[in-house]
Design a protein around this ligand. Structure first.
Ligand code: TPP
Ligand code: SF4
Ligand code: MG
Length: 318
């Protein structure tokens, strides 16, 4: 059987008719393998899958490698790169000035837990509608890898220097401050990350996402507690996270003996036929004839299309 080539494959579009490429940004200038780039990729996916209108998004950040990342997703949106640790004030102004904005703040552990801690605290306390992403690598990546305030006690730098200060747990702090959506994830867990980002996009209030995001240049070695290996070895999911968007129930009303086409939430169509009142449900032969007639009239689902749909949507068998 001939396999469809790339050009004959249908373009993947969301409910706005946009493709994943419409959610991309400029090429990244970060180190190859940096956790921050993995987070940007999952943001692109989550925004596409949640049908977010790019022009309604405001991307806000401070200073750091993490704070550079808004340039690497959503080319067609608004953006403001604030002073180090001051993203929350700029975000507060933006969401108060325009209530329609989808505000996404991207920060680092230095930007949030060190210089910006006061701003973070007040933003969370106010529960402003903003997705607050902390790309947490335990170091100041941009200024060559000094410990930040989220570095774990006894974690070591590559140079051998050991952190003797207790770390600040941003999730614990956000919960203490009354935050309404708090999650911790890992840049190396795309499935969990997309679900959490989609949940954050649907949330009304501050959504704090503390994401372990390894710095491959300064903090990805054996003594680090923010490396890819550490993340993989110590990830203990509390839940299997998934996101199911809230949709209105679809209702139809039509006459007996007639057809009705109904559009589903994913944009696809289904044709319904209501049988006539005189139809006898105990007559096996009549039932088979009805199905054959429907098949002759191309009213049954196209088997090839159904099989393609199942392959694309059903979970793989173990
Ligand atoms: C007021 C001010 N103080 C210090 C700096 C220097 N500086 C730039 S980025 C940075 C830390 C960035 O660390 P983090 O927020 O964790 O981001 P990362 O680079 O690790 O992603 C520092 C201290 C600055 N730009 N401005
Ligand atoms: S220095 Fe670290 S945080 Fe910065 S881009 Fe490189 S790997 Fe990423
Ligand atoms: Mg950092």
């Amino acid at each position: 059987m001939p396999t469809p080539n790339a050009s004959s494959r249908p373009r993947r579009v969301n409910r706005l008719g946009l493709t994943p490429s419409d959610y991309k940004g400029k090429p990244s200038t970060l180190c190859k393998g940096c956790g921050h780039d993995a987070i940007s990729s999952q943001l692109i996916r989550a925004l596409f899958e949640s049908d977010v209108r790019p022009h309604q998004v405001a991307k806000l950040s401070g200073i750091g490698c993490s704070s550079k990342t808004p340039a690497y997703f959503l080319n067609h949106s608004h953006g403001f790169n604030a002073v180090h640790g001051r993203m929350p004030s700029v975000a507060t102004g933006a969401v108060l000035a325009n209530r329609q904005l989808v505000a996404i703040g991207v920060s680092g552990d230095g930007d949030t837990a060190s210089i910006g801690i006061g701003q973070f605290v007040h933003l969370v306390r106010r529960n402003l509608p903003l997705i607050y992403i902390v790309e947490n690598n335990g170091v100041y990546g941009l200024t060559k890898g000094q410990f930040s305030a989220t570095a774990d006690e006894d974690a070591a730098l590559r140079s051998g220097e050991v952190n003797k200060l207790p770390s600040i747990d941003l999730c614990g702090m956000a919960i203490e401050l009354g935050a309404t959506y708090v999650a911790r994830s890992f840049a190396g867990d795309p499935k969990q990350l997309v679900a959490l980002l989609r949940g954050a996009l649907a949330h009304n209030g501050t959504a704090v996402l503390d994401i372990l995001s390894p710095c491959v240049t300064f903090n990805n070695h054996a003594g680090s507690t923010k490396s890819y290996t550490w993340g993989k070895d110590n990830e203990e999911p509390i839940h299997i996270v998934d996101f199911v968007p809230a949709m209105d129930e679809i209702e139809v009303e039509y006459e007996e003996g007639t057809d009705q086409e109904v559009q589903l939430h994913d944009g696809s169509w289904v044709r319904l036929r209501k049988l006539e009142r005189e139809y006898d449900p105990t007559d096996r032969r009549a039932a088979r004839e009805l199905l054959l007639e429907a098949d002759d009239n191309n009213l049954l689902p196209d088997r090839a299309a159904l099989s393609r749909h199942q392959q694309a949507h059903l979970p793989r068998q173990p």
